[in-house]
Design a protein around this ligand. Structure first.
Ligand code: ZN
Length: 449
C-alpha cells in the first residue's frame, strides 16, 4: 500500500517502550500506517522527507493553556504580583475581549505551539465578556488544521460576591449551562481522529457556584465529555475553601462529584499525600505547568511522586501572560530540571519528561488511544526536531537526552493529521503577517496604549 508521506532516516521515539535508532515512519489518511527500521523494506510514498538523522517524536500535547493571554504578555504593572494580585490586575483588561481578539490570539497561540512541537492543545477559556468567543477559537483551529480541545470555562462570582473578577466577565448559571449545551451541539466531534472536541471547565473552585460544579459534572456524564478546572494552585485557595466551604479544595472537589476518570486538573500543588492518593485512585489526571508555577513563585507539584502514586501527569504551558511563552519543549525541559532539582539526579530522565509531554497530556485529554504516541493506527501527529549542529556537537550517545539537555530545540517539521503545518521551522499559514499586525492592534487596544 502506498503511503501519503514517508519520513526516513530519523531517530524515532514511538513511545516510552519503543525507539528505533535509524528508522522510517509512513503516513496514510492522517494515520500512522507503519514504522520500521531503515534495514527493513521501505514503503513507497507520494512524498518523502529525509530527516537526516534528526529525532522524531509524537507531537507534544498541551494539557493546560489560556491562549487569549498572549494579548497581555509580560504586562509590566503586574509582572511582580502574586497569583491573586496578577489576576485582579489583568481582569479589567481581559474584560475587553471580543470575538476578533480571541480569534487572533488563538491563531497566534496555535502557530506558536506548532513551532514548539505541540500538535494538540486544549484551551481553558473562562473569561466571557461577550458571547461566541469559543466559536472563534474553533474557527481558528479549523483554519490552521490544528487538533484542538476547546473547553467551556466559566465564572459566576465577581468582586460583588467575594470573587476576583469584575462583574462584566462573569455570567449567571443558566447562561453558562445553556452555552455549554449549544457549544457541544455546534463543535464537539467525538469521532476517532477528530480535530475538534469540547470539555467543560469551570475556572476554579473559588470563582463558580456549587451548582455550576455539580451541573458541569452532570452534563459531562450526559454527553461523555472531559471535565477540567484549576485545583489547589495556591495557599490563598486553601484559605478560601476553609472559610467558604469548611474543607480543603480536594474535599470540595470530591463533594461536588468531580473525583472521576473524566477529570483532569491544572497545577495541583497543595494537596496532602492522602488527597493525591484518593484522586489518583479515582482516575483524575493532573497537568503540571512548571514555567508558570515557578514564574509566579507559587510552588510546584512533585510530578514524579504523583506518578508513582498512580496519577497520570501531563504538562501545560499555562496562559501566555503568566509564562509569556507557549513552547511545550521548554515546559518539558523545565519539568525535568524541576524534578531533578527537587529529588536528585536519579529521580527523573528526559524520557520521563517526554512521556509526560506526550502520553501524559493525551491521558489528561482522555485521548491517549490516538495521540501522544506513534504506534501504527495512531493519529499522524509528529515533530522532526531541529537543533543547531553547534549545540549538538559532541552529543553522540543518547538523542533523547540530548534533545532536552542541549540548546533549545524547535520544530523543524510539525505534522498534524498527516499535514505539514510547520516546514523548515516556520508555520505554513497564509496571512501570518496580517494576523500579527491585527493582533498587535488588538493588544494595544486592550492594554490602553
Ligand atoms: Zn491556568
Amino acid at each position: 500500500m502506498q503511503a501519503d508521506l514517508l519520513v526516513r532516516d530519523a531517530y524515532i521515539y514511538v513511545d516510552k517502550d519503543w525507539e528505533i535508532a535509524d528508522g522510517w515512519i509512513a503516513i496514510r489518511d492522517g494515520r500512522v500506517m507503519a514504522v520500521g527500521s531503515m534495514s527493513d523494506p521501505l514503503p513507497t510514498a507520494q512524498k518523502v522527507i529525509s530527516a537526516g538523522g534528526s529525532l522524531l517524536t509524537p507531537g507534544l500535547v498541551n494539557a493546560h493553556h489560556h491562549m487569549y493571554q498572549n494579548l497581555t504578555r509580560s504586562y509590566a504593572p503586574v509582572t511582580n504580583g502574586t497569583l491573586f494580585e496578577w489576576l485582579t490586575g489583568l481582569y479589567p483588561l481581559w474584560a475587553k475581549l471580543d470575538t476578533d481578539s480571541v480569534y487572533l490570539s488563538t491563531i497566534v497561540a496555535m502557530l506558536e505551539l506548532l513551532m514548539g512541537g505541540c500538535t494538540t492543545s486544549m484551551d481553558h477559556m473562562y473569561v466571557h465578556p461577550q458571547p461566541y468567543l469559543i466559536d472563534a477559537q474553533f474557527r481558528a483551529a479549523k483554519e490552521i488544521g490544528f487538533r484542538f480541545m476547546g473547553t467551556r470555562g466559566s465564572m459566576t462570582r465577581s468582586v460583588e460576591d467575594g470573587g476576583l473578577p469584575p462583574a462584566s466577565v462573569v455570567q449567571d448559571e443558566d447562561t453558562i449551562l445553556a452555552d455549554c449545551e449549544r457549544l457541544i451541539a455546534a463543535w464537539h466531534d467525538p469521532s476517532p481522529g477528530s480535530l475538534a472536541r469540547l470539555a467543560l471547565a469551570p475556572c476554579s473552585l473559588f470563582s463558580v457556584s456549587e451548582t455550576i460544579m455539580r451541573e458541569s459534572a452532570r452534563l459531562a456524564d450526559q454527553h461523555d465529555l472531559r471535565l477540567h478546572t484549576h485545583l489547589a494552585e495556591d495557599t490563598e485557595e486553601d484559605r478560601y475553601c476553609a472559610e467558604v466551604y469548611g474543607c480543603t479544595p480536594t474535599e470540595y472537589f470530591e463533594r461536588v462529584g468531580w473525583a472521576s476518570p473524566r477529570s483532569w486538573v491544572a497545577h495541583y500543588i497543595y494537596p496532602s499525600t492522602d488527597e493525591i492518593d484518593r484522586l489518583a485512585h479515582a482516575g483524575v489526571c493532573t497537568a503540571q505547568c512548571p514555567c508558570s508555577n515557578m514564574m509566579i513563585g507559587g510552588g510546584a507539584a512533585d510530578a514524579m511522586d504523583m506518578r508513582r502514586r498512580g496519577m497520570r501527569i501531563g504538562l501545560g504551558c499555562d496562559g501566555s501572560a503568566s509564562t509569556d511563552h507557549a513552547s511545550m519543549w521548554l515546559e518539558a525541559r523545565m519539568a525535568l530540571l524541576l524534578g531533578r532539582f527537587r529529588n536528585g539526579p536519579h529521580s527523573m530522565s528526559a524520557r520521563d519528561a517526554l512521556d509526560m509531554a506526550t502520553r501524559g497530556g493525551a491521558a489528561c485529554l482522555g485521548w491517549d488511544d490516538e495521540i501522544g504516541h506513534l504506534r501504527p493506527g495512531a493519529c499522524a501527529d509528529m515533530v522532526i526536531w531541529k537543533m543547531s549542529p553547534i549545540a549538538l556537537a559532541g552529543a553522540l550517545t543518547d538523542p533523547v537526552e540530548a534533545w532536552l539537555r542541549c540548546a533549545p530545540a524547535v520544530a523543524g517539521t510539525t505534522i498534524v493529521n498527516g499535514r505539514i503545518l510547520v516546514e523548515n521551522g516556520e508555520p505554513v499559514f497564509a496571512g501570518l503577517n496580517d494576523v500579527l499586525k491585527s493582533h498587535a492592534e488588538a493588544a494595544r487596544r486592550m492594554q490602553g496604549l
